[in-house]
Design a protein around this ligand. Structure first.
Ligand code: GUN
Length: 299
């Protein structure tokens, strides 16, 4: 093992402590309780676990939270009517609809119907437009968490060659947009590889930073990267494993053992990007709440 572990678990814990202090100092004294509502449609076991972790983290920092579980056969109309009610419910400053949604519900329609001021996932077209323009708005949690994690380790992305593998609306696309912004924390040269890229290695082999976010278990092997590259693993994949009690284990998109003997920094799975995503969700909820009440906070 040569690489330094980018310990998302401990950085996220530090962030949660800071957010807790903000809630106590800025909100409690004014009798304000930030609130987040999470909507879960269907029975996806992984989604249930993620939403559970999000709600638990809310409690820890003093955010009121509620989970609304809806059956798999909920219609798009029913879901959108619920979102419209929550948009005007003053108890909630953040609304989250866990993805993936059942195939009969349009993710696009759902994202568009959440009040952009409560869009703590940063998926509303208004917030994504603001992001593209490099302007202020709620930003997607996983990309934000990745940049925050690198910043905490004083890894300067300015002028670096960064390759993002994956172009999802949740991670790859917004991350690429953020990395290319002329911000202090970013300002990188960005390449996006995806399922139709003919030769991914051609791009990753010279990259300073490689971010694997394509959802392919243990795809990235050490021959893809240069010596001393920084590797971020966004993948959370369940693979069958008879040797474990649950019958499966969680792996990332990166072959961790071989990558960590060649890279300079690497994120573990679990304990890397995942906890940072949750910390950024809490941060977005606190930002949304502070804007609702016109309170100035410094996150
Ligand atoms: N599914 C996977 N990641 C996310 C996320 O960050 N937000 C939501 N709403 N769903 C997800």
């Amino acid at each position: 093992m040569k690489a330094v572990l980018l310990d998302g678990k401990s950085v996220a814990s530090k962030i949660r402590n800071r957010l807790k202090q903000i809630v106590e100092k800025e909100f409690k004294s004014k009798d304000i309780k930030p609130g987040l509502v999470a909507i879960l449609v269907g029975n996806n076991p992984a989604s249930k676990i993620y939403v559970g972790s999000k709600v638990k983290a809310c409690e820890e920092v003093g955010i009121f939270s509620e989970v609304i579980e809806l059956p798999e056969n909920t219609s798009e109309n029913e879901l959108i009517n619920l979102i419209k009610e929550l948009n005007v419910n003053p108890k909630f400053h953040g609304i989250l609809v866990q993805q993936p949604l059942p195939s009969h519900i349009s993710t696009e329609m759902v994202n568009e119907n959440i009040d952009f001021r409560k869009d703590v996932d940063g998926f509303h077209p208004y917030n994504l437009g603001k992001l593209l323009l490099g302007e202020e708005g709620l930003k997607p949690c996983t990309p934000l968490g990745i940049i925050k994690l690198l910043t905490e380790y004083e890894i300067n992305l300015n002028g670096k060659d960064v390759v993002v593998i994956g172009r999802s609306n949740i991670v790859g696309k917004p991350l690429a947009v953020m990395l290319m912004q002329k911000w202090n924390e970013t300002n990188s040269t960005v390449t996006v590889c995806h399922s139709s890229t003919r030769d991914i290695k051609k791009f990753t082999a010279s990259a300073d930073v490689v971010i694997a976010a394509m959802g392919k278990p243990e795809f990235l092997s050490s021959d893809f990267i240069k010596d001393g590259a920084i590797v971020i693993d966004v993948g959370i994949n369940r693979i069958e494993d008879d040797k474990t009690a649950k019958g499966y284990r969680i792996v990332g998109d990166v072959k961790f053992d071989e990558i960590s003997s060649k890279a300079s920094y690497v994120t573990p799975v679990p304990g890397g990007v995942g906890p940072m995503t949750i910390a950024m969700l809490l941060q977005n909820t606190i930002i949304a709440c502070s804007k609702f009440y016109g309170i100035n906070i410094n996150v």
